[in-house]
Design a protein around this ligand. Sequence first.
Ligand SMILES: [Zn+2]
Ligand SMILES: [Zn+2]
Length: 141
Amino acid sequence: MNNQLVSMNVKCPKCGKSLMDHAKLVDDKPGIKMLIKTAKNAGTIWLSSLYGSYHLECNIAIEKDEIAVFSCPFCKAEMTTEELCGICNAPLSAVVLDMGGKVKFCSRKGCTKHSAEFEDLSLALKKMYEEFDSYSSKDTQ
Ligand SMILES: [Zn+2]
Ligand SMILES: [Zn+2]
């Protein structure tokens, strides 16, 4: 029952290319594709684009509590920010929302910290409601 969750379109903060991978679905939505690097491994990760979902797919094994570096599959820019996670103190990573604003998430495996910051909250909410409508209401009007 993911109907209340909103799907986000995100892009690289550096080159502005969309990170949405329509060939790889997570939660039945295009996954957010990024390169991932840990102390031992490097690979590709797809995060769920549903805000509030922690589902992901990854082609490498990441140990619990390990901190990973996420980067853009196109320009290779690292998404790591200077901000630290309020829960576990690992660096936060950030990607840009196409509607304006940012999504930040913790780089530590297993930490569920993530947040969205919208540039224009009323616009973001409007878009969410529109999207929500297209899911749910066949019988309004
Ligand atoms: Zn990029
Ligand atoms: Zn954390």
